[in-house]
Design a protein around this ligand. Structure first.
Ligand SMILES: C[S@@+](CC[C@H](N)C(=O)[O-])C[C@H]1O[C@@H](n2cnc3c(N)ncnc32)[C@H](O)[C@@H]1O
Length: 294
């Protein structure tokens, strides 16, 4: 005798319980998302209107796989292979940082500071999934960009997402160590969300980050500032006169990063906070004339 199929509501309850037991903070929200995906992409409304509809065997198989992965603390965006960022739907690749909502602050800062004068050329150092460069090129259809990352997985992900956003014809993706791969500069806007976690803090990160985001995207050295020092030291080579530089920073790092920029002759333009109220983006301006002529 075959067992009656579970209803959506029953499957949801069991999945939430499994996630709570695994220590997942967002158990209900994640269970809903994964159930909807497992059932072939149900809308929120479908789920709300028909909670008693039965799961098919294929739905159950998919849900079992998704739920086991989430209970192992794999993020939903990695399980589904996609995440919304700004106005875009990005592919989330293995071995590449899962872009964060906090990084949208940098896009807001760029749009606010550039106003009616969009940059013609953008440099994104440590492009990862391509979240930043894709969002900026999508906002500014006349702009062109170079994206650099040391990780070959990240370079492929950037390229893939640029293609999805129909911006690949306006961008070059280079594999290299920060600015080393660049022969010359002249960029109007330089953006970076570099690794900024202090090495000693890596072991204490949530499993979702520690087990699934690549260490190359996280480890900022002893005080978390190694990448900023390397990039800022090279800025004069690739900034156009008057260029804008925007850096995402970790908690408590805004003052140190602003000081590093000031040491290289950039004028501070302030610090923007993320939705949680934390200082998240440091902005600075390159002098309007080359330093050598000042
Ligand atoms: C925090 S992630 C940011 C990814 C993406 N820009 C975002 O905001 O989601 C930092 C990125 O810097 C890259 N990276 C680390 N060290 C690098 C280096 N020396 N040169 C170039 N890229 C590097 C990592 O591979 C990773 O993709």
């Amino acid at each position: 005798m075959s067992m009656a199929a579970r209803t959506r509501a029953q499957a949801l309850t069991a999945t939430v319980q499994a996630f709570v037991a695994a220590g997942v903070d967002t158990a209900t929200e994640d269970a809903r998302l994964l159930l909807r995906a497992a059932c072939g992409g149900l809308s929120r409304l479908d789920l709300a209107m028909a909670p008693d509809a039965p799961l098919t065997r294929a739905d159950e198989t998919r849900l079992a796989s998704f739920a086991a992965r989430r209970a192992n603390r794999e993020p939903v965006s990695r399980i589904l292979g996609a995440r919304g960022f700004w106005s875009l739907d990005l592919v989330v690749a293995q071995e590449v940082l899962d872009p964060r909502a906090d990084t949208e602050t940098l896009i807001e800062t760029a749009l606010r500071l550039c106003g009616d004068a969009p940059p013609r050329t953008i440099l994104d150092l440590g492009s990862g999934s391509g979240a930043i460069v894709c969002a900026l090129l999508d906002e500014w259809p006349q702009a062109r960009a170079v994206a650099v990352d040391l990780s070959p997985h990240a370079c492929l992900a950037t390229l893939h997402n640029l293609e999805r956003c129909r911006a690949a014809d306006r961008a070059f993706v280079l594999r290299g160590r920060w600015g080393e791969a660049l022969a010359s500069g002249g960029f109007d806007l330089i953006v970076s969300n570099p690794p900024y976690i202090a090495t000693g803090d890596l072991a204490g990160l949530d499993p979702e980050v520690r087990l699934y985001d690549p260490v190359l995207a996280l480890d900022g050295g002893a005080d978390g500032l190694d990448a900023y020092r390397a990039i800022v030291g090279d800025l004069p080579r690739f900034a156009a006169p008057g260029a804008l530089a925007l850096f995402e920073v970790g908690i408590g790092q805004a003052g140190d990063v602003a000081a590093l920029l000031a040491e290289r002759g950039l004028a501070p333009l302030g610090v923007d906070r993320d939705l949680g109220g934390r200082e998240r983006v440091v902005a600075a301006h390159w002098p309007a004339a080359p330093l050598s002529t000042l």
